[in-house]
Design a protein around this ligand. Structure first.
Ligand code: FES
Ligand SMILES: [Fe+2]
Length: 451
């Protein structure tokens, strides 16, 4: 770690904690990766996309839905990845199953949008299957005698593996894949302090972005870019103090210090200004009073947030670290799923190629909320944004939309520059781009199989 960021790095903040610190907050793997540059053709060329189709997507666990989205038998969601499509459904036996979204007659996709059904009936000629994937009926049955006579295993909809963790449903096309629990490594243990299982999806924005899915995802894997792209955050985000950890091939983490200014900020701000820049306008009188008298922005923000979260969850928050109240922890699960730490609310990012196009991708932004209210849960509608529609069109994102649009505006030029590069290499830093390096080391292992 450089001398510069030692003055306020994440571990230094933990010294002020008054409760004992669980081990997961300490640094993970401290080994330095020797990967310091990457061939940019994997971001720009079709060959890598084709290799990913053969050796990556069919072999990894992919987060496809939340359990609360499949509440009743017949509830289903459609998950598309590159040129593959899957139906994830709750059966009459309350089991969750996932099938290839393709009719066994002449191949039409069975369903297009999420919904609730009593059977899967192909709109083309009317073959139908039960929710558990068993063949239900054949049109002009007299004419398909050979098909009906086949063993059941051939007339059922083909399945993929399904498992869940923390209320997230995952699928894996590889029927011999390692179990999800083993794949996720330390993740469940790290999240066991937070009510992710009890949380429910309250917001989903799905946006197409004109850059490769890896180029896009990498823009969310480090805090260093705040100084270039999100300068409005520098008063309250300790970008360079972020702790980056890796835990084997599949899990990485970034913990960013909030409530202190970035070392990149030229002017020294008052503590009041730091706190104010984090909270924005529209403050109540009590909060305004706390801000006016603050001598330590981070401490004051922790007090305010602790009270707000405690009120919302209706629990005593004294077992939680100050850091858990205020800092941002982002986990990255290989290849494309990023759940953030969540107490009262949890943010999720997911990145996929936009269909079979390697030059654009789909970024999903999902929020979960842990509510104590007894109101009946209502699934949010997904807001879909095209390539030219900014995140700010999704009003439900509030101020986050501005930040995300800054990232997207920048990505257009990252994609352009990567194509124009003479050396076709990108450089990576020793520490702050550790998550990107871990991602590519793991990707290498999958892609090598196809060489
Ligand atoms: S393609 Fe589905 S019933 Fe014919
Ligand atoms: Fe960003």
């Amino acid at each position: 770690m450089s001398k510069k960021n030692e003055c306020m790095h994440y571990q230094k903040c933990l010294e002020n904690e008054t409760i004992s610190i669980p081990p997961q907050f300490r640094p993970g793997c401290t080994e330095e990766s020797d990967l310091d540059d990457i061939d940019t053709s994997r971001h720009t060329d079709r060959h890598c996309h084709e290799a990913e189709k053969r050796t990556l997507w069919p072999f990894v666990w992919q987060m496809v839905a939340r359990v609360e989205e499949l509440d009743d038998p017949g509830d289903y969601i459609v998950y598309d990845i590159v040129d593959q499509s899957f139906i994830v459904v709750k059966t009459e036996d309350n089991e969750i199953k996932a099938f290839y979204n393709s009719c066994l007659h002449r191949g039409r996709s069975l369903v297009e949008n999420n919904g609730c059904v009593t059977e899967f009936k192909c709109p083309y000629h009317g073959f139908s299957w039960r929710l558990n994937g068993k063949l239900k009926s054949i049109p002009s049955a007299w004419d398909f005698k050979q098909f009906a006579a086949r063993p059941k295993s051939e007339t059922c909809l083909p399945e993929v593996l399904v498992d869940s963790w923390g209320g997230f449903i995952f699928i894996n096309m590889d029927l011999n894949a390692i179990p999800l629990k083993a794949y996720l490594g330390v993740l469940p243990e790290h999240f066991n302090r937070w009510p992710i299982e009890k949380s429910k999806k309250v917001l989903h924005v799905s946006k197409k972005i004109p850059a490769n899915w890896k180029t896009t995802q990498e823009a969310f894997m480090e805090s260093l870019h705040a100084r270039g792209i999100h300068q409005q955050m520098l008063p309250y985000i300790g970008d360079e103090y972020t702790q980056y950890d890796t835990y084997g091939e599949n899990i990485s983490r970034a913990m960013t210090v909030i409530g202190v200014s970035s070392p990149a900020l030229a002017e020294k701000l008052s503590e009041e200004k730091i706190a104010e820049s984090y909270l924005g306008n529209n403050l109540d009188k009590k909060t305004e009073g706390l801000l006016r008298s603050t001598t330590d922005a981070r401490k004051t923000l922790i007090t305010i947030k602790r009270e707000r979260i405690s009120k919302k969850l209706n629990i005593d928050m004294s077992d939680f670290l100050d850091s858990e109240i205020i800092d941002e922890y982002m986990y990255c699960v290989f290849p494309n799923f990023s759940p953030w730490k969540g107490l009262d609310s949890t943010m999720i990012y997911r990145f996929r190629p936009n269909g079979d196009d390697h030059r654009s991708c789909i970024m999903d932004v999902i929020f979960l909320s842990c509510s104590t209210s007894d109101d009946k849960y209502e699934r949010p509608k997904t807001t879909c944004l095209g390539l030219d529609e900014p995140f700010s069109n999704a009003k439900e994102l509030g101020g986050l939309a501005t930040v995300l649009d800054q990232d997207v505006d920048n990505l257009v030029y990252v994609d352009k520059g990567l194509r124009a590069a003479k050396k076709k290499r990108m450089l990576l830093s020793g520490y702050q781009e550790k998550i990107i390096k871990n991602f590519h080391s793991t990707l290498d292992k999958y892609l090598k199989v196809s060489e």
